[in-house]
Design a protein around this ligand. Sequence first.
Ligand code: ATP
Length: 973
Amino acid sequence: MSRPPTPGGGGGGGDRGGDLNSTLHHGSTIKFLKFSRNGTPAVTLDRNADLSQLGDDYEEVDYNVEDILRMAEHLGMDTDKDEDFLWIAAEAYDAEVPEPWKEFFDDSGEVYFHNTRTGDVSRDHPLDHYYRILYGIVRQMADKGLEVNIEAARKDAAMALPDQNMQEAIEESKEKIQQMAAHNSSAFAKYVPQPKSDLEYVVHDLQMALKRAEQERLEHERRVSELSAKVMTIQNKEGTPVNQDILNSLQARLSRIESAGFQNGGPAVGSSSEGGGGGDAAVSDRLARLERESSEAAKEALRAHRERAEAQAEASQRIETLEREKAELERRLGQGGGGATRAGGQPASSGGMSKASMKPLLDIQKKVRDLSSCVSTAKDEVARQTRNFGSALSVHSCSDDPMAWAIQSLVKKLRSVSSAAKSAIEEAENKIGPVMAERRRLFNELLRAKGNIRVFCRVRPLNSQEGRISCVEFPNEDRANRQVALVPQERQQNGRSMSRKDFEFDRVFNETSSQTTVYEESVKPLVQSALDGFNVCVFAYGQTGSGKTHTMEGPENDRGVTFRAIKELFTLANGECAVPGVVEYTFNLSMLEIYNEQIKDLLEEKSTVASKKLDIKMREDGTGVYVPNLTEKPVSTAEEVLQLLYMGSKNRSVGVTMMNEHSSRSHLVMMISCVNHNVSKQTSFTSKISFIDLAGSERVSKSCVEGERLKEASYINKSLSALGDVIASLASAQTRSTASHIPFRNSKLTYLLSDSLGNECKTMLFVNISPSVLHAHESLCSLMFAFRARNVNLSSSGASLSNMKKLREVAELAKKEQQRLGNEMSTKSESFGKEKDALMLKIAALQKDVAGKNLTIQDLKSKPSFQPPPPSCPPPSAKPMRQHNAKVESDTKDLGQELIALREMNKNLTDRVRTLREEKAKMQKDMMKKEEQYREMSEKYRRVSSLQRANAAINKLRPKSRSKSRPGTAAGS
Ligand SMILES: Nc1ncnc2c1ncn2[C@@H]1O[C@H](COP(=O)(O)OP(=O)(O)OP(=O)(O)O)[C@@H](O)[C@H]1O
């Protein structure tokens, strides 16, 4: 049932009118044909079809223009722009009132609707909401340059409705439309054009315009020749006085026609002076050229359109894949308790990031890269299209050109395609953003699980002056590489002896660990983190000559972690992490030295001792600190950085102490700021990676220094202990989850690095030690300092009591399982071994027996039968001899068979033994895994206990000691 006419709505009737624009505003009717498009019921406006020829085999619906326009406005449509969607208004106008709603009229004759179930009353038709949503969806599809999928739009709109009855009502009306469509579709096939893409419509319009222009040209030609003939007739009439007036008027008319050309959309002819024939030829040529060019432009545009659609589809597919992978990664991370992380957020393994855990991230990076190259290809395509349109426009720039409007329309459409492509690119970029952010988040989670403060110990080889006695041991070296022990060898130089001290770190590198191993298992993962926006700090701590510079800088032929990290930084920034045109990086390098609490710019050209005085300032927005006037050099390759490092190193302050000829008495700080620019969004963020080669940590007394050297040493001690205090405070703040004062300002070093320590920043400390007994005490101090930082890190994880209990239970279980497997394996292998040995013996005996018998047979066979017996023996009769031979032969046969059977048996046994061996190896592997798990758990448990003990001790002390901690005690205590 149609809705009753709304006030002001005119009645139906009137002529159909071919052009919608000409009918819409004249109170006449518009007609709609219903047809099926690819099985999708739809209603479309018919503009050109001659309905009278369709007979009764279709449904023609006349609507009053005003009613439909009013309904369209009521649904929020723009009646000027939305003529293609007026069918929604028509459908809404026709919509039935669904149950349990009823339609009523009030006293003034206005319609209202009443919900008989809920009692709701509304002036709005109950389905108006649905049609508004439907309109919104199709409008959005059209705005995005997508083909309008009515079926999908209807589904989505229905889903958005809260009322089940409404949905059913819509389903019902949809079915009706489908039935009607199925009935009518065959009749309409010849009248209703197949769905076309925007560009195809443009091409079609263009061709129609050409046809019209050609027809008009022919008509013009006909009229010109008609008039010329008339003039000729008049001029040639012999004896007839020429009526000059008539002649003049005819000629003027002819000229007018020629110059008028096709003012109503027809092609302009050449000037009248060119003469009729020449002008026509020019027009034809021009038309042909224009037609050619237009069709080429249209083809090109179609191709570009298709390519764009393909690229877009591919991009969406890739994004989908990425999202799937991301979900998978997330799922895996969610299971992290037993895999990548352990309870309490402690590292799952001692080494660097495992390949398995890195792989999904690397895959995401690769996908993001692919996606971005896809986006940039699409961008290039858009740029190319735009250029093509530009040239097409310049060719057809003549505004009175008959083809201009068609070309303009083509250009307009293509521009809309290009803007659709642009928005597709934007959309893809918007999708890349979250994927990249997710990758960053996951990667950071992985690093955080390993600890934001990580401590590595590196023991350098003994040098020629130190002899061959090492006081360092590596317990469990083959397993976890995490333990190091200082063992007493003989009395120290100072006469004191030392008891054995065991330490554990995130990783211990021994004398043979290569620079590559050290880098890969320590700093490498942090480089990615720096590019992801996290501040990173790598310290090398240790006494003079312990290998700090070797670890950080390294010799030219075997670079240390700094150079390797920088190389990686550029590789990632130009490869995996870059999204050309979306995300780009720039880098700036600065290098400074802190000597006697003074900052010296090492990259300052012509640097002198009395160079500019530098200080550290807090940024006004409170986002961190900076050193005003510090030289910052833009860098884009590792080689550039190397050159600057070389220049900076030459400016370093070095002195001579008894410890090391070239001992460094200052802290060397090298910082690279990484600026991540999002090109399309015009946003950026900065992160920083810093490498700090700390000054030698040896105690003053040992260096036997005085005067200037003593002053240097005391500054060094002070700043190193300030560093220890900062790390300790940060960790205790994390443990208590409360904001507390961090004494960053106690030294220039800690203040400078205040924005790179704590929170989500990644801190890595190498403690370098010498294995020499001569340095045992200094090594012990260094290890104590590092252990303090590491313990701190542990306490920040905050393992709960329930976790401890759980860990203990799991550890017990693992231990039992390990024992059970061990027993089972040894019992099995023992019994199988025995069985196998017995069988082997039997086989060997049988083989021996067979071999002996074979020999006897051969022996007997080789003796000639006619040979006379020896004189002492009675002559043997032939019969027993034959019997004997036969017996031997049958024995041999039997033995042969037995041998085959035994060989078969042997083979089976060997197979069995092999299977058992494999089983054993598998069990051993399982056992080792379990043992490792058990070990980790017991370790965790041990740490938690020590933490508890420490907490208890702190609690005990708390009421008593409120006194300030003395500076300078951290490193040595
Ligand atoms: N892992 C190592 N393998 C081989 N040689 C090493 C290793 N570590 C250090 N060395 C050597 O030991 C010597 C002292 O090392 P390095 O200069 O790195 O010590 P340092 O702690 O930086 O001293 P300083 O505080 O004086 O700068 C150098 O000759 C260096 O080549």
